[in-house]
Design a protein around this ligand. Structure first.
Ligand SMILES: [Zn+2]
Length: 257
């Protein structure tokens, strides 16, 4: 069984170390803060052997060089896997990947999914056997990333790929943005009882200082307004003849919310 160690870093990022006890391999999922990752791995007694980047933003790939150098100083190897279309902006890359490529951690396999839109190359890593996916800044609990580089049809296609994952998949996103996302979601979809319940739980968790990440995809399918841009009620409320048009209206509304 794979083990995930999750910890807060920077102002609102989550760091993730993915560990395979059978092989002893450990992958950093993104590298927002090299020092924090190295300390967390050392505290677990895990030796970092890989980095899997989701996209080029510095709070996701900024620690690549320092972590790789620290592994090499210890006589180890750290292989950096990064998305092809973001790779020229990412340091220390060993392997570039695109949609459909497979990445191994020991005997475990992650499939790369194109979730571009936040950046042109953004990818997610889906581990089907473990029913988990690391989605970076593509999808958040009750939200999605800002559309910095892509187009609305592109971003919608990315969200549709996430929607097609098995509903029992657990999603690991990279930021604790859930409380603010819930406020917009309630504005976007005010009659949604499942959303109202979810927002209440989120308030309680944050008040207790608990993370809202990871979270089940199944729940997002019922409550995340961006994943519901193909829902007739959402289309009636937000306009658009195609899901990507409804998505664009929601994304623009959230940007100025
Ligand atoms: Zn980002």
């Amino acid at each position: 069984m794979l083990q995930v160690h999750q910890f807060p870093c920077l102002s609102d990022n989550y760091g993730f170390l993915l560990h395979d006890p059978a092989s002893g391999e450990t992958a950093c999922i993104d590298t927002p803060d090299a020092e924090e990752y190295l300390q967390q791995a050392a505290a677990k007694g895990w030796r970092i052997t890989q980095i899997w980047n989701t996209h080029w933003h510095p709070d996701h790939a900024g620690g690549n060089e320092a972590i790789k150098a620290a592994c090499q100083r210890d006589g180890g190897v750290c292989t950096v896997t990064a998305p092809l279309l973001d790779a020229e902006k990412i340091a220390a890359v060993d392997r570039t990947v695109r949609d459909g490529d497979l990445v191994k951690l020991g005997e475990h396999t992650a499939r790369v999914i194109d979730v571009s839109g936040h950046t042109m190359g953004h990818i997610a890593y889906h581990l089907a056997e473990s029913a988990m996916a690391f989605v970076g800044d593509s999808v958040f609990a009750l939200g999605c990333g800002r559309m910095f580089e892509g187009t609305a049809p592109q971003f919608w296609d990315s969200l549709a790929r996430i929607k097609r994952l098995p509903a029992d998949t657990t999603l690991y996103c990279a930021h604790e943005y859930t409380k603010a996302n819930a406020a917009f979601a309630l504005h976007a979809d005010p009659g949604n009882d499942a959303l109202i319940d979810y927002a209440r739980e989120i308030d309680a968790k944050r008040a207790a200082g608990e993370p809202t990440v990871p979270f089940p995809l199944a729940r997002e399918l019922e409550t995340n307004p961006f994943l519901r841009a193909d829902d007739p009620d959402m289309q009636a409320r937000w306009g658009g003849d195609a899901p990507h048009e409804t998505f664009a209206a929601l994304r623009a509304a959230k940007d100025s919310f």
